[in-house]
Design a protein around this ligand. Structure first.
Ligand code: GRG
Length: 291
């Protein structure tokens, strides 16, 4: 099941949903596996799959999406793991995710943590098996760098430590680029690499995706203020103890910033001409999204 993206992307969302279901097939064990249940609970829940769609579209604009699916599935496993960890009581303490109780609420904290590690492990193992060794190594390195000390982990650490603190705009931007923009960049690069793209194409797509990712996070901040639980599938007004783009720029200013970043993202697509129209459509969706 998928959450709404423009209907252009429904086919890709469905392919990804099927691939993720296969990756985490129950396997017929006689006894229930609580960690597998928790992995399935978060990974297979309704989601936009925007990072996976980005992998696919980046590969497609480079002329060959036939090998994009494993990289698309892996990025969704990593993203789902990050959501499970982000929601923990020691982090955002979020009760709701993807329209249902968060993983630690439904499965307990210990199992949720193990399931997050399980999803990361699954992602890297899947890349190793699905691609020839040099490509597997490049995409795995991309994803581990994106998760690592200049990516999600660094961004999250700075974010958590900034709770109740006053930070400046540059710090906020760095946190959000690392928490969200870097994985978008890695997804686009992985798609391009799976298509055998050249360095110029990879650079253009990375620039597009990093700006798109930051815009995505700004809109996330915005939806915390102006969105509803029914639309977003998570608790809103949850950022009260953090400085966000809305606290700096107000609702209209944050929307304008997101629009500007999406326009910058779109300009990076110029070398691809009309072939990049689906990526442009994705940018317009991100700028105006309510989910
Ligand atoms: C070890 C993977 C790993 C992470 C550790 C917890 C952590 C560090 C980072 C948290 C990163 C995080 C959750 C950033 C927020 C990104 C964001 C805007 C999430 C919402 O994404 P959507 O709207 O959600 O794409 P769906 O449910 O549609 O997939």
């Amino acid at each position: 099941m998928s959450a709404p993206l423009p209907s252009t992307f429904a086919g890709i969302q469905n392919d990804i949903a099927r691939a993720l279901e296969q990756l985490l097939a129950p396997g017929g064990a006689a006894t229930p596996d609580p960690v597998l249940d928790a992995m399935r609970y978060t990974l297979l829940a309704p989601s936009k799959r925007v990072r996976a769609v980005l992998v696919h579209l980046a590969a497609d604009v480079c002329g060959d999406s036939a090998r994009a699916l494993p990289a698309a599935s892996a990025v969704e496993c990593i993203h789902a793991a990050s959501l499970m960890l982000d929601d923990l009581p020691s982090m955002d303490d979020a009760p709701l995710r993807r329209g249902r109780p968060s993983a630690h609420v439904a499965h307990g904290e210990a199992v949720a943590i193990l399931a997050a590690f399980g999803l990361l492990n699954l992602a890297y193992g899947h890349l190793a098996r699905a691609y020839p060794a040099p490509l597997a190594a490049r995409i795995t390195a991309l994803y581990t760098d994106a998760v690592g000390l200049d990516g999600l982990i660094a961004g999250q650490a700075e974010d958590v430590l900034a709770t109740d603190a006053v930070i400046d705009f540059n710090t906020l931007e760095r946190i959000h680029r690392r928490k969200t923009g870097v994985l978008f960049g890695a997804a686009a690069q992985a798609g391009a690499l799976s298509a055998g793209a050249n360095e110029n194409a990879i650079a253009s797509l990375t620039s597009y995706a990093k700006n798109l990712g930051l815009a995505f996070q700004i809109v996330d901040d915005l939806l915390d203020v102006v969105g509803t639980e029914a639309e977003t599938g998570k608790a809103v007004r949850a950022d009260a103890r953090k400085m966000t783009f809305v606290s700096f720029s107000g609702v209209d200013g944050a929307r304008e910033l997101a629009n500007d970043l999406c326009a910058t993202a779109e300009r990076a697509l110029d070398p691809f001409g009309r072939r990049a129209d689906p990526l442009r459509e994705l940018a317009r969706f991100v700028a105006g999204r309510r989910v």
